[in-house]
Design a binder for this molecule. Structure first.
Ligand code: F6P
Length: 526
């Protein structure tokens, strides 16, 4: 068992500090320091990060920064940006940050500068996006595209699905975007219901081009498109985004319609690559570049800002404090912005697939908690569903509130009411309200929350926000000594699904436990 982390003096100092600090209510921290907000918030351009409503003092912060230092987060950061093979279990570099860097930069993987590849792919993506948007891209009957159907799953679809919705005001409203991920035929069937074959473009994104769900959907989409006609007509209706060019060619995708991906871009970090093609078509090349620029600006901040002013570093440390020292098992993601409805599930994958691990980088079992459970919903809807538990449940759940100072739709006082609700909820969670007569109406408060306030939700600030979370996950993984860039935990279920599938297709279900056999027998008998 690797317990190096919990044996470190810096870890022990934090555990000791927690014993004293836990008796202090957050509202008392505000009483002690009336300028607490000034001392516990950071800004980067039009992004404000407020952690003043955490049970964190200046001493807590110093001790957490000491921990980050001894855990080598800084040198690992240099290794990531520098293209070193930090994904040790898959023997790969981790270079999603290269995807937003300027062309003049030099980033080497195995001695080769990857920036020319990155920018050639970006150029190809921008040209295709422009062709679809202008109507120049024609289907097999010579008609322009009206509907784009993105097919993929996990990291190959969550990003574009979330971002196309988030940036709807920037999209070409003449084009319709659809996202199909589930192997459940209802997903594809419902999507195809109102589409016209001649004007539909499918973008199949799969790094491996072997993922069961994606390939099943792609094949059914091709059957729907071609019907009894030659499969050649699919050529102008199918694009592949993949690292496995041969698999895409075998599927019948024209070589010029294959967009590259590299093994040093992880699925959940891939929205900046050709996986972002649906987004690039939706918002156009210029806005897509702004999206990359926003992320790049956060990359620079993460690389250059001193640790105590570094938003991803402090955000990661506040999370480590809540998870490991205050024993908080979950994190709620609460965008007070309807356009960010897809953010909770995007961040669930980003954090839980990256840091939901129980062995360290060297495969040693660890004796400390790692990634919390992420869940969430937009405000104010969430207030009327699970906020009861956030205010009065037995578990304390830290919350990330994401607000935008300006709205896309200045309609009456809607936006003021939205902001008022978000800000008030954070205050209520922190402050509480004592009711000595009626325990049902008593609020203890002392429930931590983070506020992230964007000046506005546009391509630039969406890019910045996503990069912030990526780097937060990175710093937490560095401290927990995890490989945040593999996902072996998803493999076993995939293999078992094949065995169960063959039992469903054939008669035998031998070698399986009685529950699995019973379920197979039951569904077959209905
Ligand atoms: O099952 C998890 C996963 O491997 C994700 O990490 C990945 O984003 C997704 O599946 C899709 O994989 P692919 O892009 O190869 O189809």
């Amino acid at each position: 068992m690797s317990n190096k982390l919990t044996k470190m003096p810096e870890w022990k100092a934090l555990a000791d500090h927690h014993k004293e600090a836990s008796s202090v209510h957050i509202r008392d921290l505000f009483v002690r320091d009336p300028a607490r907000f000034d001392h516990f918030h950071l800004r980067h351009e039009g992004l404000l990060y407020d952690y003043s409503k955490h049970n964190i003092t200046a001493e807590t912060r110093t001790l957490l920064l000491d921990l980050a230092k001894v855990c080598g987060a800084e040198s690992l950061r240099g290794d990531m940006f520098g293209g070193k093979t930090i994904n040790n279990t898959e023997d790969r570099a981790v270079l999603h940050t290269a995807l937003r860097r300027p062309a003049k930069d030099n980033v080497k993987v195995d001695g080769e500068n990857v920036m020319p590849l990155v920018h050639a792919a970006l150029e190809k993506m921008k040209q295709a996006a422009q062709a679809v948007r202008s109507g120049e891209w024609k289907g097999h009957t010579g008609k322009s595209i009206t509907d784009v159907v993105a097919i993929g799953i996990g990291g190959s679809i969550l990003g574009p699905r979330m971002a196309v919705k988030a940036l709807a005001p920037y999209t070409d409203r003449n084009l319709k975007f659809h996202f199909v991920s589930n192997v459940d035929g209802s997903d594809l069937s419902e999507t195809l219901l109102n589409l016209r074959r001649e004007t539909t473009l499918f973008i199949v994104a799969s790094k491996t081009f072997t993922t069961q769900e994606t390939m099943t959907n792609a094949l059914s989409a091709k059957d729907w498109l071609c019907g009894r006609q030659s499969h050649d007509i699919a050529k102008s209706h199918f694009i592949a985004v993949t690292a496995e060019v041969k698999n895409a060619a075998d599927f019948g995708i024209a070589p010029e319609n294959v967009f590259p991906l590299w093994d040093w871009v992880g699925g959940r970090y891939s929205i900046w690559s050709s996986v972002g093609l649906p987004l690039c078509i939706a918002i156009g090349p210029e806005n897509f570049q702004k999206f990359l620029d926003g992320a790049y600006s956060m990359d620079r901040h993460f690389q250059d800002a001193p640790p105590e002013e570094n938003i991803p570093v402090i955000m990661a440390l506040a999370g480590i404090w809540q998870r490991n020292f205050c024993d908080r098992p979950a994190l709620a993601i609460l965008p007070y912005e309807q356009y960010l409805a897809g953010l909770p599930s995007y961040l669930s994958q980003l954090e839980m697939e990256s840091n939901g691990k129980s062995v360290d980088r060297d495969g040693n079992k660890i004796d400390y908690a790692t990634c919390p459970v992420l869940f969430g919903e937009t405000g104010t809807d969430a207030q009327h569903s699970f906020f009861q538990m956030l205010h009065q449940g037995t578990d304390i759940t830290p919350c990330d509130f994401i607000l935008c100072a300006k709205t896309q739709h200045p309609m009456g006082d809607h936006h003021r009411k939205l902001l008022a609700n978000g800000i008030a909820q954070m205050q209520a969670m922190m402050q509480g309200k004592e009711d000595t007569k009626n325990p049902h109406r008593n609020f203890n408060g002392n429930r931590p929350s983070t506020a992230i306030v964007l000046d506005r939700l546009d391509p630039y600030y969406l890019g910045m926000l996503l990069a912030l979370y990526e780097h937060k996950v990175f710093v937490q993984g560095a401290i927990w000594n995890l490989n945040s860039f593999d996902q072996w935990g998803v493999e076993l279920g995939k293999v078992q699904a094949k065995t169960v599938l063959s039992s469903l297709e054939n008669s035998g279900a031998q070698g399986l436990d009685s529950s699995t056999q019973g379920l197979i027998r039951h569904v077959k008998s209905r």
